[in-house]
Design a protein around this ligand. Structure first.
Ligand code: GLA
Length: 705
């Protein structure tokens, strides 16, 4: 093989990159061999008439100066100069599948270093760029993106839109010309645009088609785009989005892009999810202990701001009876916090509500054998707070402007050392004073005019948040953190490096959750997806669901309950107990296995499951989301099992109405007696489905015999 070609081998995917004469990714896709011959010559592009006389390579950071007319990899200038750099290859260091490629433009005085790794275990491709200013005059960076090429056939895009209480809603479009761009300027990862999408061959599905998935691991503003060049070539760009003047580099200073994580799958979206899930498990999330994810009870929808320690202790006792393992007191515990109008910033216990301190509550929870958790929202401040009265200048804002509040609050400027130190001290004191195992870290507003010393500073704010979390984690390594931002407003890989769970959505409506959780499952494994059983009447939608549908929907995440167990009926409590027990019975499988989403012809039925990595067992959930489209629902076919093994099929839970509702005269056989079927049969022929009522679900288990 010629020296200027590097071939990285993953488990199922490969990447081939050329370093000379320019640094360009030539291939990223299915495993490939034969590169040793003249293969690279075979893909050398033609030079057509009617345009530039030379080939215009899409280098790792495409350059206008090489004749690339699409979006360049970086934009910036030095007082108007050095605005069109062309980076020449300097060096490459290779360590296994890790590459460090250095390029430079000596005229412009800029160095661009690309770090790239194709993880041989999971096939996740990880990369970022670092730009360094080599001249004495300041360099102004307007954009710095990671660019990845895509083959021409990847013409369908699946991206996400969303909003509060409706996160991770997928949408699809064919990108034939021009492109698609999504921008988030809300100051947090956002409900609106998850910083990730996937692109693939036409009609790619859960189980079929080629798929390339991308995620920008960043909790601030971002821009993601996919483009079709007029010559048919395609590329994806992902970057942190900077405000005007936000990024200036003095001599010798560097700026790194966030990490981009990408994965190729030859077998639909499931293959991509498998890669991301395994990568998260191995390299992103770090649980303090290797213990099962404890079942939660979170007090928010149960009591809101109405904190009474005696009553909370009763709730805890009831929670323990249900099988709850971690009890979390949500918003309302600190000084003056009786509603959402006041007190954010005053991180001292409200001694009016807790005259005997928090200790008796913590002790009670601990004596019941549960862990204790607590809610905070450190980045925020209410104008009606002692902190604001003392330090009105601590805001992340631009002086001379009145910025709008959000949920009656402003944002603190974490880059001010006094602010950072104050928060660190208060949080450190909270975690040192009480036996706290878990912190629900919330962030409930969007950021307008993020100014620090007059300059745009959202990037700095995001990094300061990471620093604050990192410092707290180093002081309290046993404490787990949840990333919450009005539900799922801050869900990304970079925050997950320093947290252990996401609050997926403020919406506990099981039907909505089916969609939200499926959307989230493309990138995130079940063990980091907070999923709670809410009350029968959902607080967000005022819709009602049976305990069966609520319980089974929450089962496939990191489970919890979000209600007041004291007020619930005996029947409901029996339901919580049942689904908590079922979750505990299955969680080692759910939290380690391979997530599969099944292609089914009728969108009214959603099928998802988890298969043990060794294919010895699996659970599948059949969720009837709407009225079946046809009188019969056809067969469900379960992909991913070992075709050569036989599996015993057992129904673990089904809607009561299945037997009593009068929808069917005769049930499918497997609902009457246990059947044993081969993995091949289950994948190809499957099992005939019952007719189910809308908003009900059925759980089956398959065990190899
Ligand atoms: C946000 C969270 C909720 C709850 C409230 C408390 O909305 O998403 O779960 O913690 O704040 O104010």
């Amino acid at each position: 093989m010629k020296e200027d070609i590097v071939h990285l081998h993953g488990n199922t995917s490969d990447l081939i990159i050329q370093t000379h004469p320019v640094v360009e990714i030539l291939y990223w896709g299915d495993n490939i061999s034969g590169v040793e011959t003249n293969a690279i010559q075979a893909i050398k592009r033609a030079i057509p008439n009617g345009r530039l006389d030379v080939d215009t390579p899409m280098t790792i950071s495409p350059e206008q100066g090489r004749g690339v007319f699409s979006s360049p990899g970086m934009e910036g200038h030095r007082q108007g100069l050095d605005w069109s750099p062309v980076f020449e290859f300097k060096t490459i260091q290779q360590n296994g599948n890790n590459l460090l490629i250095t390029t430079e433009d000596q005229n412009a005085g800029l160095r661009l270093v690309c770090e790239l790794n194709l993880d041989p275990k999971t096939d996740v491709l990880q990369l970022r760029h670092t730009l360094t200013n080599l001249k004495s005059e300041t360099y102004q960076v307007d954009r710095l993106a990671v660019t990845l090429p895509l083959p021409e056939r990847a013409e369908e895009l699946m991206a996400f839109h969303g909003r509060w209480v409706r996160e991770f809603q997928p949408h699809r479009l064919k990108v034939k010309h021009g492109g698609y761009q999504q921008e988030n300027r809300r100051g947090r990862t956002s409900h609106e645009y998850f910083p990730g999408f996937m692109q693939g061959t036409s009609g790619f599905s859960e189980q079929q088609g080629e798929v390339w998935g991308f995620h920008l691991a960043w909790s601030g503003n971002h821009r993601l785009r996919t483009d079709v060049k007029t010559d048919g070539r395609r590329f994806v760009q992902a970057e942190a989005l900077y405000f005007s003047g936000e990024m200036t580099l003095a001599e010798g200073e560097s700026l790194s892009t966030p990490w981009v994580y990408a994965a190729y799958s030859a077998h639909g979206l499931n293959g991509m999810s498998h890669a991301f899930h395994q990568f998260i498990r191995q390299q992103i999330v770090h649980f303090p202990d290797n213990k099962p994810r404890p079942v939660h009870l979170n007090t928010w929808e149960g009591i809101y701001f109405d904190h009474n320690p005696e009553y909370i202790m009763q709730m805890a006792s009831r929670a323990a009876e249900l099988g709850v393992e971690r009890f979390i007191i949500d918003d309302g515990w600190f000084k003056g916090r009786n509603n959402d109008l006041a007190a954010l910033g005053d991180w001292y216990l409200d001694t009016k509500k807790y005259p005997n301190g928090l200790e008796p509550v913590v002790a009670h929870v601990r004596n019941l054998g549960m862990e204790f958790g607590i809610w905070v929202e450190p980045e925020m401040i209410n104008p009606d707070s002692d902190l604001f009265r003392a330090h009105p200048d601590w805001l992340l804002a631009v002086e001379g402007y009145q910025q709008p509040t959000g949920r009656y609050q402003y944002v603190l400027d974490l880059q001010k050392p006094q602010v950072f130190d104050y928060l660190l001290k208060r949080l450190d004191s909270l975690l040192s004073s009480y036996d706290v195992a878990y912190v629900k870290w919330d962030m409930n507003r969007e950021i307008v005019q993020p100014g620090h010393d007059g300059y745009a500073a959202l990037d700095g704010q995001t990094k300061a948040l990471y620093d604050l979390l990192d410092e707290l984690r180093s002081r309290h390594p046993k404490v787990e953190f949840e990333s919450c931002a009005s539900g799922g407003g801050r869900i990304d890989f970079e925050i997950l490096k320093r947290t252990h769970r996401f609050w997926t959505s403020d919406n506990n409506d099981a039907l909505e959750r089916q969609h939200i959780q499926r959307g989230m499952s493309y990138f995130f494994p079940p063990e980091v997806m907070g999923a709670h059983i809410g009350g029968r009447h959902c607080h967000c939608t005022r819709r009602s669901h049976s305990i069966g549908f609520r319980g089974l929907t929450a089962l496939f995440g990191h489970m919890g309950v979000e209600l007041d167990p004291v007020k619930e009926s005996a029947e409901e409590r029996a339901g919580f107990t049942r689904y908590i027990a079922l979750h505990k019975q299955l969680r080692s499988l759910l939290h380690s296995g391979k997530v599969v989403r099944i292609d089914h012809h009728d969108p009214a039925l959603q099928i998802n499951g988890v298969i043990a990595q060794d294919q010895s067992s699996a659970v599948f959930l059949l969720s009837q989301l709407a009225m079946p489209t046809y009188t019969l629902s056809g067969c469900a076919r379960f992909a991913g099992l070992d075709p050569n093994k036989n599996y015993r099929l057992k129904v673990l839970d089904h809607p009561a109405s299945l037997r009593t509702g009068g929808v069917m005269k005769k049930l499918p056989q497997w609902l009457e007696e246990e059947l044993t079927l081969s993995g091949a049969w289950l994948a190809k022929a499957g099992i005939a489905l019952p007719v189910m009522d809308p908003e009900s679900a059925l759980l089956i288990r398959l065990d190899a015999v």
